[in-house]
Design a binder for this molecule. Structure first.
Ligand SMILES: [Zn+2]
Length: 252
């Protein structure tokens, strides 16, 4: 059931997927790990699309050096908790959704509980140890992990469906070293928007996901390519899961 305000807000997208599709978005709960460069466009687009419950987790405070890319946070937010800033902006963008902004470090001891009954996990992190942890929880709960990563003008994205596609460990068995890397704000803008697009398609059950496909973006050349990725039967994270087939594409 939608209020008149919601019907008006979602009118142009309901032309695409109707009230039934909008209902699917409204009933959904998406967990976003990180309220930074990727988390900003992801959470903004999921909020305006009407994803009913968004949990966003971050432990950082807004720093001046974040502002070239973390568009959820404004100059006036420097020094504020990113979760407080995120909650305020997302709730102002769409007061008809529920936003849970949680100020905590995602760790092995709390990840399963934090993610709770979410229908999907969005990887908007900047470090591989936490990404691998999210990957483990996605596999344990058999829910998708929407991966994105960036550096400079380059980015990548893929959608992990546990048991169907390779997991993050199959694709990237070893973590690259943690470092402060260069980045221009448009790169997480592009990659985060692709991740949000994947979430929306997954929730609607329509379109073709980046499942088993690693999307690679080169912003300097304005060139995108994709490489097919395969499960590693000996993967330490997902090797014990039996392979199930990719859901058939549903035309809309
Ligand atoms: Zn794996």
């Amino acid at each position: 059931m939608f209020s008149q305000r919601e019907l008006d807000r979602y009118k142009r997208q309901m032309m695409l997927f109707g009230g039934e599709g909008q209902e699917r978005l409204k009933k959904a709960h998406i967990f976003i790990a990180g309220a930074g460069g990727l988390g900003s466009p992801i959470s903004i687009y999921l909020a305006v699309a009407g994803v009913g419950t968004i949990t966003i987790v971050d432990m950082d405070v807004v720093d001046q050096t974040n502002l070239n890319r973390q568009i959820l946070h404004f100059d006036r937010d420097v020094g504020k908790k990113k979760t407080a800033s995120a909650e305020e902006k997302l709730q102002a963008l769409n007061p008809d959704i529920t936003v849970n902004a949680i100020d905590v470090k995602i760790e092995e001891s709390n990840a399963v509980k934090l993610i709770g009954k979410a229908n999907g996990i969005v990887d908007a992190m900047d470090n591989y140890p936490t990404r691998y942890l999210l990957n483990d929880v996605a596999i344990a709960k058999k829910i998708p992990l929407f991966h994105g990563g960036i550096r400079g003008f380059y980015g990548q994205a893929t959608t992990i469906l546990p048991g169907t596609t390779p997991c993050l460990k199959c694709i990237f068995p070893k973590a690259p070293p943690k470092e402060v890397f260069p980045v221009v704000g448009v790169t997480p803008g592009i990659i985060g928007t692709i991740q949000a697009n994947e979430v929306i398609k997954y929730l609607l059950g329509s379109g073709d996901l980046l499942a088993g496909r690693l999307f690679i973006w080169d912003g300097r050349e304005a060139h995108a390519e994709e490489i097919c990725v395969e499960r590693n039967p000996a993967c330490e994270a997902c090797g014990s899961l039996r392979t199930t087939k990719k859901p058939a594409r549903e035309e809309k």
